[in-house]
Structures are given as structure tokens and as C-alpha cells.
Write a protein that binds this ligand. Structure first.
Ligand code: ASP
Length: 310
């Protein structure tokens, strides 16, 4: 058994400037990131799986109104909340994903149930909700997901007829999709990602977060990856899997592979965002091509940090 373990989390990448952030706000973001990181780390320390750790960390971030996932999810064009999430285990390439669901408090937990209790990988919309009900998930009211700032962002996006990341400089206040990657004491990696998607999205738009290989991927042979940013580019670039492929087929290190995908391949197609990744040796990479990314990591070696800006 390798005793080494590590966890990394993100709360979205985007146009994040210190000038637009009060000290209180910054402290509030850091407090939630720190809570999520600690809970995930503790799970690993107590010899739980990487899968458990990423689920716990993402659940904590989903429960905060500050991030665009679970409780803090942005509004769709119709004024609803449609959430996407996925989870993957590197040991056996098992995966679960859910898209376009409303009312579920913790979409990441539903993604895991799909992985473990259904014969499928990816469920969407009403069918996914039917499955959730069968599995004993309860439904939250619209009030649970209501947030004044998110509502304002949506009204503005409606006015301008824009679909937008909640990373827009004008709407600077709250950010991002959330995700976690971990390596446990048994040498297994896992990744989890959850989001409310983009403000004012319509036509059943689904981003990269629930798509295995695009916004989320885990493979013990290479790494575990969770992405954030303008999902369309991450889908076209098959970004998370590309990091893994560059390691597997080109023998790039974790750091080289993440840099290549985020700073070269995504940028070439104008893809803005970032990703977090961990490999089996416990290396961590937090790479982004935006002004900032809410992020943090904690290793059993004692290394630990939480950062927001570049
Ligand atoms: N990647 C997410 C999406 O496109 C958005 C984000 O990362 O904030 O749905």
C-alpha cells in the first residue's frame, strides 16, 4: 500500500480580479474551499477511497451558494436550474454522469448512484429524476436554489440575449463549476465535477462537466482531471482525456500534459478555462489560462495551499 495521498479542488476559473473582491468576500470563498479540502483530505487520511474523497469535497462545494453548482447554480433562459455532474474512478474506469436535472440537492451523489446502481453511465433530464426518486433522492424546492445575485445575472443575460459563464467581468461576484481530484492511500485516483452550467442557457444545453473525457476523467495509468471554463471548447478538445492521452501515448509528465492542453490546444480554439489534475505519484497540477481559478490542494507530505488569482 502506498501511504501517499493527495486532494485538489477547484471552484471555477474565469475573470477573477483582486480589485473586484472585498476582503470579506475573499475570506468567504476561501473558507468554503478550505472546508471542502479538509473534508476530502480527512476522508483520505482515514483510508477512504479517492472516490469517497472527491464526492465529499464536491458535495461540500455544492452546498455553498457561492459556487455555480448545486445550491448556487445559475439560472437557465426559462428561469429554472439545470445541473450537470459526473464522477469517475481510475482503478476500473467506472463512471457515472447526469445532465439537465432540477431539484436535486447534490447532483454529484446522483452521478455516483448512476455509476454504482444502474447499468448505465449517463442519464439525463426526467429519466434521471425518475431514477433519483427510485434511489430515494428527495427533491428541493425552487427557493432552495434561489439566489438574488444569480437572478440579477440572469436578468442581465436575458436583456442582452447572451449565454454566459458566471465568470463574466461585468457580473463579477460568484464563480464557477466545482470539481475535485484525489489519489488515495491505495494508489487509486478519482475525479468529480459538478455545475449549474451557463447563465441563460437554453435548448437543453449541456456543457463539458458531465461528459466523461471532456470535463472529467480518471485513469490509474495516468491521472484524474476535472475541468472548468467555457464547456463547448472543452468538449471539442476532449480536454480531460487529452491530458491522459498525452501522458499515456507521449509519455508527458502530468505538468507537461496539463500545460499543453490548457495553454496550447485549448487556447488555439479560443477555449478559456482551466483544470486540476493528480497522478498516481501524488503530483498535482492546477493549470488555467484565465485571470484566476478558485483552487486548492493538500498533500500527505504536508504541502497545502488555497489560491484564487493568477
Ligand atoms: N464548464 C462549465 C460548462 O460549460 C462551466 C464552468 O466551468 O463554469 O457548463
Amino acid at each position: 500500500m502506498s501511504k501517499l495521498f493527495t486532494i485538489a479542488i477547484h471552484g471555477g476559473a474565469g475573470t477573477i480580479h483582486k480589485s473586484q473582491m472585498s476582503n470579506e468576500k475573499e475570506a468567504a470563498y476561501k473558507a468554503v474551499l478550505s472546508l471542502a479540502l479538509d473534508k476530502g483530505y480527512k476522508a483520505l487520511q482515514q483510508e477512504n477511497s479517492a472516490l469517497d474523497a472527491v464526492e465529499i469535497a464536491v458535495t461540500t462545494l455544492e452546498d455553498s451558494p457561492l459556487f455555480n453548482a448545486g445550491k448556487g447554480s445559475v439560472f437557465t433562459h426559462e428561469g429554472t436550474h439545470e445541473m450537470d455532474a459526473s464522477i469517475m474512478e481510475g482503478a476500473n474506469l467506472m463512471a457515472g454522469a447526469v445532465a439537465g436535472i432540477s431539484g436535486i440537492k447534490n447532483p454529484i451523489q446522483l452521478a455516483r448512484k448512476i455509476m454504482e446502481e444502474s447499468e448505465h453511465v449517463f442519464l439525463a433530464g426526467n429519466g434521471a429524476l425518475e431514477f433519483a426518486e427510485e434511489q430515494g433522492f428527495s427533491s428541493e424546492t425552487d427557493e432552495y436554489f434561489y439566489d438574488e445575485l444569480r437572478h440579477q445575472q440572469w436578468q442581465e443575460a436575458l436583456k442582452n440575449d447572451k449565454v454566459q459563464l458566471d465568470h463574466s467581468p461585468l457580473k463579477e461576484e460568484k464563480f464557477g463549476t466545482v470539481g475535485a481530484v484525489a489519489l488515495d492511500q491505495f494508489g487509486n485516483v478519482a475525479a468529480a465535477t459538478s455545475t449549474g452550467g451557463m447563465t441563460n442557457k437554453k435548448f437543453g444545453r449541456v456543457g463539458d462537466s458531465p461528459m466523461i473525457g471532456a470535463g472529467n476523467y480518471a485513469n490509474n495509468n495516468t491521472c484524474a482531471v476535472s475541468c472548468t471554463g467555457s464547456g463547448e471548447f472543452f468538449i471539442r478538445g476532449v480536454a480531460a482525456y487529452d491530458v491522459s492521452c498525452l501522458m499515456e501515448y507521449k509519455n508527458l509528465s502530468l505538468e507537461e500534459a496539463c500545460y499543453e492542453v490548457v495553454q496550447n490546444r485549448l487556447l488555439k480554439i479560443n477555449g478559456d478555462g482551466g483544470l486540476i489534475a493528480v497522478d498516481q505519484k501524488g503530483n498535482v497540477c492546477l493549470e488555467f489560462n484565465t485571470d484566476g481559478m478558485y483552487r486548492g490542494m493538500k498533500k500527505s507530505s504536508g504541502e497545502e495551499f488555497i489560491e484564487i488569482y493568477d
